[in-house]
Every structure is written in structure tokens, then in C-alpha cells.
Write a protein that binds this ligand. Structure first.
Ligand code: SF4
Ligand code: SF4
Length: 417
């Protein structure tokens, strides 16, 4: 079975399960508490040790292991938990092997002590910022329903003061649709971000009317969110809106920020145009190497499929590498390519898109085949829009020149009468 195991894989670990101090309206992950009704939602030291040992052993063929924390809100574990995790990892690393520590947080609990710890151990911190106050506070709210903007900015200030490596995770949804450039300028200029990821909010529900706007943590009789249903909530972005948002950002970025600001989607596109692995499962041909670990050691196929049908097993009963290499998980990853509808197989930008994430494939193609990505219209818009500049940047790269030279061509074009 080990021959099927990837040399490296990505695993998001959730030490507090779905528990969070915020109550963001669009966060369907909050409903995953329902999977563990009697739990205290705290990863035990035994599970922490077991997990890190197995993770590091599974990466025996590569020099670097990524140890990624996410939630829920992982900082609710307290700083000592992460101090222990660094110590345990250090103990298990082989000579010459190193750990890359990452954490995804809402930022509200961060202060100078956290920041100093992150800096000392080289953590890469992802912090969720949806845009200027009015946009950020539209959905990213406290349990009392107040906006979290000020708390997040305080946390970010602490990271910046300690010069911690950080990136912005910015969701794209109904409240910032049509405002790509404004949102991008805010995270770049006001926040100082040099790494930005845009993540489309798509909340699938069986009936958009009934389930349109309620939050997932306090919804009476809330269901467990699973990847089912062909409708979306009112908060969700639509395909075309997502494409236009990305184009709006791209038009700003390509004129002044190439090589200065890393926007994940643009880097992924450039890699696919250049013929290199894009580094983001959504736009890879196959997936299955980005799994999720719950606080009790349960391993799921993907962070977006933390649901009973995609539970691979518990690492206390099966070694992590065996679960990652299992035929079931390999099949999960291959299905991304093998279940594409004919419409995608015939698509001229399939090399860049690869049909997007399977979780979003719930609409029908124009000729009625199931399994088309809900964002397809946006992907087509965006990938067609960037075709020419991507070719130009690839040519520059092949000539050993900097892709940022493209800005001059845009400046010349913009100056034309
Ligand atoms: S299901 Fe989607 S998010 Fe999960 S690994 Fe595959 S492409 Fe990535
Ligand atoms: S753009 Fe649409 S048709 Fe083309 S590969 Fe992507 S999802 Fe499929």
C-alpha cells in the first residue's frame, strides 16, 4: 500500500473541531459540531503526539513537513498547546528534515505574545479579512452579532509589529461582489498584505428560500452541512460575479503588483499556462492530497468533506499514511478528473480550470448533463480574460525575464489615445 502513498500531502488539523469564538454567518463549518455531540472539542496531548509522529513519519521521503492548524478557531487551544506541538514535532523530525508550521485564524485572539511565538518558530499565519470594515462586518460577526473588524485589525497589528509572515484569506460573497478592486486595495494598502487568497463562498442548501440567510451555529434545528443541494444561500457569490471579481483585481494587479503581491489564483493560472503543477488542488487535474483531521483523530478526505460518508478512519486505529494511501482516498482524488462532464472535456480552458472543486459541481451543462461546476461561467470569464497576459508572462519567463515587465505593455496600451 505504501507505493500508493504520496511523498508529501497537506493535512489541515482542527484541534478545536468546529468550535469558534466568532459566529460568521456564512461559516457552515460551525454545524460540524453536530458530528461530535458529546465532545469537549479539545485535541488531547495523546492525539497531538500520535498525529505529529505519524505525519512526520509519513513524510520520510521529503525534507519538509507542513504542520497546518485550522478550525473552527485553533487559537482557542491556547498558546501552550502550540508550544507543545512545536516541541513534539522537533522531537520526531529526522536529521535534515524541517517543519513548516502554519495556522489559519480569525485573528481576534492574537496579541504580542502569540506574535512573538509565531515569529520565533517561523509560523506562516493566514488571517481572514473580507475587506474594509463595512464589508468585513457584513458576515464576520461575534456571537452577539457585532462586527469583528476592530478585533481582527488589532490581531493583525500584533503580527505586523513582530514581522510575522502572514497572508490574507478573503472570501468573495454577496456583500463584496462587484467590489474586487476596492477589496484588493484595502488588503494590499491598508493591511499591507503581500499574499492574498480569494475564496468564493458557496453555501449549498436544498432550498434557498427556506435556508437563505440564517447562521449555522445558532440556527434552531440547524442541519449538519453536507455537500448536497442544488440551491445556494443568498450570501453566496454566483459564478459570473466571482469571475468579474477576479478580473477586477487582476486589472489592478497586472499593472503594478506582478512580482510584488502574490495573489494565489493568478499564480495558479500562471503555473497552468506555463505547464507546471499549480499548487492548488481546485485547479489540478486530480486531488486527494489535502485532507482534514478532526480533534479526536478522525481523518476525512478533504476539509470540504468533513461528513460521515468521507470519514476514512481514526489515526488511533489506522496509521495515517495507510488512510492517505487507501484505495478509497486515491479514488476520491482521481474522481476529480474522471467524473468531468463532456462539456468540461471539450472546454478550451480545461487545462487551467480542470473543472474546479468537485464540491461545487452541482449544476447541469447546457445540454443537460449533471456535474458542471457552479462557478463555470466565472471560470470561463476569468480564464479567457487572462489568456493573453498569461501567454505574455510565460514568454517573459522562458526568456529568463521578469513577468513584471508586462506592466510596461499595459502602461503603453493605457496611454494609447
Ligand atoms: S475536493 Fe476540492 S478542496 Fe477537496 S481536495 Fe479536491 S479539489 Fe481540493
Ligand atoms: S471553465 Fe467550465 S467547462 Fe471549462 S473546465 Fe472549467 S468548469 Fe468545465
Amino acid at each position: 500500500m505504501l507505493s500508493e502513498a504520496p511523498a508529501a500531502f497537506h493535512l489541515l488539523s482542527k484541534p478545536t473541531g468546529a468550535q469558534c469564538n466568532l459566529d460568521c454567518d456564512y461559516c457552515f463549518f460551525l454545524s460540524k459540531e453536530l458530528l461530535y455531540p458529546d465532545s469537549r472539542f479539545r485535541m488531547t496531548d495523546d492525539t497531538l503526539e500520535l498525529y505529529l509522529r505519524q505525519l512526520i513519519e509519513a513524510h520520510w521521503r521529503v525534507p519538509e513537513v507542513t504542520i497546518a492548524w485550522q478550525g473552527g478557531e485553533p487559537t482557542l487551544m491556547g498558546l501552550d498547546f502550540f508550544r507543545r506541538s512545536v516541541e513534539i514535532a522537533q522531537r520526531h523530525l529526522r536529521p535534515g528534515q524541517r517543519a513548516l508550521h502554519t495556522i489559519q485564524t480569525n485573528g481576534t485572539k492574537l496579541d504580542a505574545e502569540w506574535a512573538a511565538f509565531f515569529k520565533e518558530h517561523g509560523f506562516l499565519v493566514g488571517i481572514s479579512i473580507d475587506g474594509p470594515r463595512e464589508i468585513h462586518d457584513a458576515y464576520r460577526t461575534t456571537r452577539g452579532g457585532r462586527g469583528s473588524f476592530d478585533q481582527v485589525m488589532r490581531g493583525l497589528d500584533a503580527l505586523r509589529a513582530a514581522e510575522v509572515d502572514w497572508n490574507a484569506l478573503t472570501t468573495v460573497h454577496a456583500a463584496n461582489a462587484g467590489r474586487g478592486r476596492e477589496v484588493y486595495r484595502f488588503v494590499r494598502d491598508d493591511c499591507g498584505a503581500r499574499f492574498v487568497q480569494f475564496i468564493p463562498i458557496i453555501e449549498r442548501v436544498p432550498d434557498a428560500e427556506a435556508n437563505g440567510t440564517v447562521p449555522w451555529s445558532s440556527w434552531r434545528d440547524r442541519p449538519l452541512y453536507v455537500q448536497e443541494g442544488n440551491a445556494v444561500t443568498a450570501r453566496s457569490i454566483d459564478g459570473e460575479g466571482y469571475g468579474r471579481f477576479l478580473i477586477d483585481v487582476f486589472e489592478e494587479w497586472v499593472r503594478r503588483d506582478v512580482g510584488e503581491v502574490y495573489v494565489q489564483m493568478f499564480d495558479v493560472a500562471l503555473a497552468n499556462w506555463y505547464g507546471e503543477p499549480p499548487g492548488l488542488c481546485v485547479h489540478c487535474e486530480t486531488c486527494g492530497d489535502a485532507l482534514a483531521l478532526e480533534h479526536n483523530g478522525d481523518l476525512y478526505s478533504c476539509d470540504h468533506f468533513v461528513e460521515p460518508d468521507h470519514l476514512l478512519g481514526n489515526i488511533a486505529e489506522h496509521d495515517l499514511i495507510d488512510l492517505v494511501a487507501s484505495p478509497r482516498q486515491r479514488r476520491f482524488g482521481l474522481d476529480k478528473r474522471e467524473t468531468l462532464p463532456q462539456y468540461c472535456l471539450d472546454c478550451d480552458v480545461r487545462f487551467a480550470c480542470h473543472g474546479g472543486c468537485p464540491k461545487d459541481r452541482f449544476i447541469s451543462t447546457p445540454d443537460g448533463e449533471d456535474g458542471l461546476n457552479y462557478l463555470c461561467a466565472g471560470y470561463k470569464l476569468f480564464f479567457h480574460h487572462v489568456d493573453e497576459p498569461m501567454r505574455i508572462m510565460c514568454d517573459l519567463l522562458r526568456q529568463g525575464r521578469a513577468p513584471s515587465e508586462i506592466a510596461r505593455r499595459y502602461a503603453a496600451r493605457d496611454a494609447e489615445p
